[in-house]
Design a protein around this ligand. Structure first.
Ligand code: CP
Length: 315
């Protein structure tokens, strides 16, 4: 099976089968990581441009490693040292990149919808590496891949996403992807950080994590963004941490095999305690490793590669 689309803009726009294809195709790429030579020649001659208008550690490094492990050439554009500071628009910047014959543009931008606009402007494949409050599709895919490694299925799992749902592109991608694969998705946070009518995305809204902790199979903890306190969306870091921060006490009634996730970067002691982040249930470092395999899979499939046989995700 192949992906039909040129771009990866969000999990909202992928079918269940396409999500399964990307995850299935990531598995053999992950197996490469234990080999001495972690590189394959699949994308030799292709060029991947990493265009990040916002800071990133994980996503940018992970895409660069993924592209290099597929033998593609990579160029990272540092926006602060580019003609963007002279006032060049996003459209002109990507047209310039296209004129240099890039095959992929991996874009992170603060504006929701930026990747959509770029995808309509250039013929290169556009991969959304996070657009404003909209989507972060490869994060959603790597999160699902990591859950599958631990739980061997998605259908019927109870997955809670806790924190700043309102501003979170990670939450939106997880909600779209997990719902398509049949999970029960709960969103938890202060009312000020839960978008109005989020129930329409087929999620249950809660404001008290302890009430639902006993039935959760997975908890995905979002970063609390310091700038939100200035907007009076929650009173203080301390109060947020007291009510919504995940520590060992809040997990006292959790299942023994609950999977603890965090997309990073973490604010230890705010949304997650160090003890929980380092616990046996935490898969936070595995998420980072799996991110490379998922991004290799996405690059390979968007380049026209044929994915592996699909296994059942429901058993
Ligand atoms: N999870 C994530 O997107 O992290 P970065 O901002 O470091 O890329």
């Amino acid at each position: 099976m192949k992906l039909k689309q040129k771009d990866l803009l969000g999990l909202e726009y992928l079918s269940k089968e396409e999500i399964e294809l990307i995850i299935q195709t990531a598995k053999p790429f992950k197996n490469l990581f234990t080999r001495t030579v972690k590189k394959v020649p699949t994308l030799r001659g292709k060029t991947v441009v990493l265009l990040f208008y916002e800071p990133s550690t994980r996503t940018r490094t992970s895409f660069e490693l993924a592209a290099k492990r597929l033998s593609a050439d990579t160029i990272g554009i540092s926006v602060s040292a580019s003609s963007v500071v002279k006032g060049e628009s996003l459209i002109d910047t990507v047209k310039t990149i296209e004129a240099m014959k890039a095959d992929f543009v991996v874009l992170r931008h603060g504006m929701s919808g930026a990747a959509h606009i770029v995808s309509k402007t250039i013929s290169a494949s556009v991969i959304n590496a996070g657009d404003g409050m909209h989507e972060h599709p490869t994060q959603g895919l790597l999160d699902i891949f990591t859950i599958l490694e631990k739980k061997e299925k998605i259908k019927g799992l109870n997955v809670a996403i806790i924190g700043d749902i309102l501003h979170s592109r990670v939450a939106r991608s997880n909600i779209w992807g997990l719902n398509k694969l049949g999970a029960n998705v709960f969103v938890v946070g202060p009312a000020t950080l839960i978008p109005a009518e989020i129930e329409k995305l087929n999620v249950e809204v809660h404001h008290n994590i302890e009430k639902i902790m006993h039935k959760l199979d997975v908890i995905n903890i979002l970063r609390i963004q310091r700038e939100r306190q200035e907007q009076n969306l929650f009173p203080t870091f301390e109060e947020y941490s007291e009510i919504f921060g995940i520590n060992s006490y809040k997990l006292r009634n959790a299942k023994n095999d609950i999977v603890i996730m965090h997309p990073g970067p973490m604010n230890r002691g705010a949304e997650i305690s160090s003890e929980v982040a380092e616990s046996k249930n935490s898969v936070i470092t595995e998420q980072v490793t799996n991110g490379i395999a998922i991004r290799m899979s996405v690059l390979y499939l968007l380049a026209g590669g044929d994915g592996g046989e699909s296994e059942t995700f429901n058993s």
